[in-house]
Design a protein around this ligand. Structure first.
Ligand code: SF4
Ligand code: SF4
Length: 125
C-alpha cells in the first residue's frame, strides 16, 4: 500500500511537471515527417501508367486520361487506408503522402477528391 507521505510527494511533483498530453485541437498537432496522411497528386509528373491503381489495396484511387499526356486523379479518402502503397508504386513521384490528418466531413461525398489535370486543384464530391 502506498504511504500518504509518499503519495503527497508524488502529487506535488505532478503539479509542477509539464503535462504529457497536448492541448489539441487548441494547439495544432505536428505529425512526424514520415506520417502517412492525405495523399495528394502532382498532375505534371503523371504519365498515366496506372501502377498506383493496380497496387492500391482498397480501390481508392483512379487515374483518368483527360487529354494528350494529361491525367486527372480521383482519390476516395473514405476508402483510403493511408498505407501510401500508391506513393511507393509511383515511379514519377506524382503522388505524395502529406501530414494532413484532419479529414473529417459531415457529407461522405466530400471525401471524394479530384485533382485537376492542368492545375492540380482539388474539387470535392
Ligand atoms: S500517379 Fe504515378 S503510378 Fe499513378 S498513373 Fe500517374 S505516374 Fe503512374
Ligand atoms: S494510400 Fe493506400 S489505400 Fe490510399 S490510395 Fe494510396 S494505395 Fe490506396
Amino acid at each position: 500500500m502506498i504511504r500518504p507521505g509518499k503519495m503527497l510527494k508524488q502529487v506535488l511533483e505532478s503539479v509542477f511537471k509539464k503535462p504529457a498530453t497536448t492541448e489539441y485541437p487548441l494547439v495544432k498537432a505536428r505529425m512526424p515527417d514520415n506520417f502517412r496522411g492525405k495523399i495528394v497528386f502532382h498532375p505534371e509528373r503523371c504519365i498515366g501508367c496506372r501502377l498506383c491503381m493496380k497496387d492500391c489495396p482498397s480501390g481508392a484511387i483512379e487515374i483518368r486520361k483527360v487529354g494528350e499526356k494529361k491525367f486527372e486523379c480521383e482519390i476516395d479518402l473514405g476508402k483510403c487506408i493511408y498505407c501510401a502503397q500508391c506513393v511507393d508504386s509511383c515511379l514519377k513521384k506524382a503522388l505524395e503522402a502529406t501530414r494532413e490528418f484532419e479529414l473529417a466531413v459531415l457529407d461522405r461525398k466530400k471525401l471524394k477528391v479530384t485533382y485537376n489535370a492542368e492545375t492540380g486543384e482539388v474539387s470535392k464530391g
